[in-house]
Design a protein around this ligand. Structure first.
Ligand code: PBG
Length: 344
C-alpha cells in the first residue's frame, strides 16, 4: 500500500478521485451494511422506569410523552417485555409520596421502601433482567437536593455517609448495580468499601461520573416530583458546569480509581464530545443517558411532524455508539428494541 502523502493525515490515505469514489460503498443496502462501523442492538439499551405505590396503576407523565409511572405489578410486566426484547437492564426511579419526604431523606435507607420492594419483585419475577438503582437523596428530601443540607449548603462528607447506607440497603434488596447520581466527592470509594465489607462484593457500581448541572433534567424532576421541592434552587455546587470538558475526564478517572465498574455521562446528546473523550481516556465501559429533556424534545418534535420519531431515535442512539458509548439509557428503549428485533 502506498504510504500516505506528505501533509495528509494518515486517515485520509488513499487514491484521489476518480480512483477513489466514496459513493461506491454507499450504492446499495448490502454494501452499506457491510462497511457500517457501528451497530445498534437491544443489548445496548437500558430502560429507565418510574415506580409508584398501588396496584394496576399507570400514571401518565405530562412532560414525558408516552412514559408512565407504574405500580410494581405493571413494572414487572414492563420488565418482562423488556427482557423478551433483549434489553439487558432497567433503571428504577421511585416517585415517592410527598409525606415521606424529609430534610434528611431517611426513606432512602428504608429496607421496605417502594424502590426496595420493586427490586425484590423484579428479581423474583424477572430474574434475567439487570436492575440498576439510583443512589442520591433527591426523591426523598423535602428540599429536592441530592444530599443533606446544613446552613443552606449541600454538605459532602455527611451526605456520603448516608449514601453508603442507601447503597447497602439497595444491595440488600437485591439490586445488581448501584448508580450514584449525586456527584458528591469520594462516594464511589466509600460505597465500594462498604459493599465489600458487608458481603456485596458482586454488587456493581455504575457511577454517574460526569453529570452536568443541566436544564434537560426538567421532565424527570416533574416525573419524580423533585422539581416542586427544589423550587428555584439549582445543583450547580455539585453537578458539573456545562462549560467544562477536561474536568469530566478527571471526575471519571477519580471514580475509576475509587472502584467504579462502569461510568456514565449525562446528559447525552449535548455532551457527545465528553463521551468521546472519556471513552478514549479509560477502558472502563462508558454509558450515556439520553435524559428526559432530550427524549421529550425528540418525542415532541416527532409529534409535531418535524421528523420521523423512529428515525430520530435511531439516529440519536447511533450517535452515542459512534461517540464511544458502550450503551445508552433511554426512555425509548422498548420501542427501539422492538424495532430492531422486528417485533411489532
Ligand atoms: C437524580 C437524578 C436525576 C436524573 C437521574 N437521576 C435528576 C437530577 O439530577 O436532578 C435525571 C434523568 C433524566 O432527566 O432523565 N439524582
Amino acid at each position: 500500500m502506498k504510504p500516505p502523502e506528505m501533509g495528509l493525515p494518515p486517515s485520509t490515505a488513499g487514491a484521489r478521485f476518480p480512483a477513489t469514489r466514496m459513493r461506491r460503498t454507499r450504492q446499495s443496502p448490502w454494501i452499506r451494511g457491510l462497511v457500517r462501523e457501528h451497530q445498534l442492538h437491544p443489548s445496548d439499551l437500558v430502560l429507565p422506569l418510574f415506580v409508584i405505590e398501588g396496584t394496576n396503576k399507570r400514571e401518565a407523565i405530562d412532560s414525558l410523552p408516552d412514559v408512565s409511572r407504574l405500580s410494581i405489578d405493571l413494572l414487572v410486566e414492563t420488565a418482562q417485555q423488556a427482557a423478551k426484547l433483549g434489553i439487558p437492564a432497567v433503571a428504577l426511579f421511585p416517585a415517592v409520596d410527598p409525606k415521606l419526604k424529609t430534610p434528611d431523606g431517611r426513606e432512602a435507607w428504608n429496607p421496605e421502601s417502594l424502590v426496595c420492594r420493586a427490586v425484590q419483585a423484579l428479581k423474583t419475577e424477572v430474574p434475567g433482567i439487570g436492575v440498576i438503582c439510583d443512589v442520591a437523596l433527591d426523591p426523598y428530601t423535602d428540599h429536592g437536593h441530592d444530599g443533606l443540607v446544613q446552613d443552606g449548603q449541600v454538605v459532602n462528607d455527611e451526605t456520603v455517609a448516608v449514601l453508603v447506607r442507601q447503597a447497602l440497603t439497595l444491595a440488600a434488596a437485591g439490586c445488581d448495580v448501584v448508580a450514584p447520581s449525586d456527584m458528591m466527592d469520594g462516594r464511589i470509594g466509600a460505597i465500594r468499601s462498604a459493599l465489600e465489607k458487608d458481603g456485596f462484593a458482586n454488587t456493581m457500581i455504575l457511577s454517574y461520573a460526569a453529570k452536568y448541572a443541566s436544564t434537560f433534567y426538567g421532565p424527570f424532576r416533574d416525573a419524580v416530583s423533585s422539581a416542586s421541592a427544589l423550587g428555584t434552587a439549582d445543583k450547580a455546587t455539585y453537578q458539573m458546569d456545562p462549560a467544562n470538558g477536561a474536568e469530566a475526564v478527571r471526575e471519571v478517572l477519580l471514580d475509576v480509581e475509587e472502584g467504579a465498574d462502569m461510568v456514565m455521562i449525562k446528559p447525552g446528546m449535548p455532551y457527545l464530545d465528553i463521551i468521546r473523550d472519556i471513552a478514549q481516556a479509560t477502558s472502563v465501559p462508558v454509558f450515556a443517558y439520553q435524559v428526559s429533556g432530550e427524549y421529550a424534545m425528540l418525542a415532541n418534535g416527532a409529534a409535531q411532524g418535524l421528523f420521523d420519531r423512529k428515525k430520530a431515535f435511531h439516529e440519536s442512539l447511533m450517535a452515542f455508539k459512534r461517540a464511544g458509548a458502550r450503551g445508552v439509557l433511554t426512555y425509548a428503549a422498548l420501542e427501539i428494541a422492538s424495532d430492531l428485533t422486528g417485533a411489532t
